[in-house]
Design a protein around this ligand. Sequence first.
Ligand code: THU
Length: 130
Amino acid sequence: MMESHDTRRLVAAARAARRKACAPYSRFRVGAALLAANGKVYRGCNIENASYGLTVCAERVAFFNAISAGERRFVAIAIVSTGAATPCGACRQVMAEFAPNLRILVAEAKGRGKVKTFVLDELLPSRFCL
Ligand code: THU
């Protein structure tokens, strides 16, 4: 179980990551912070492209950042956006591949609102895996 200070620390990291978002087309800024089993936190923000389909979500940037640093075990991800959006389907599938027991914390960008917590299985039941 995560302690509440871990939750606060992770959400704060996601909020800081959101400030780096590159979202000139949608103007919808997202920050993510991924907690590895060893306690390290890896950040990501959404990165858009003029060829819209090349855009990468904050969650996948955080995962690929961590994985490319050699991490393979993950505990939780915090995601911050306006409206406390839950992750898109593509990001859920990536999470399922690398962290089937992941805890997902979503928080509102403005203020210190309530943090909603999900487990991946409720966001992506019957996931595809090989
Ligand atoms: N986006 C994320 O970064 N994460 C999500 O889970 C949903 C959407 C980004 C992609 C795009 O840059 C913008 O939000 C609007 O879709």
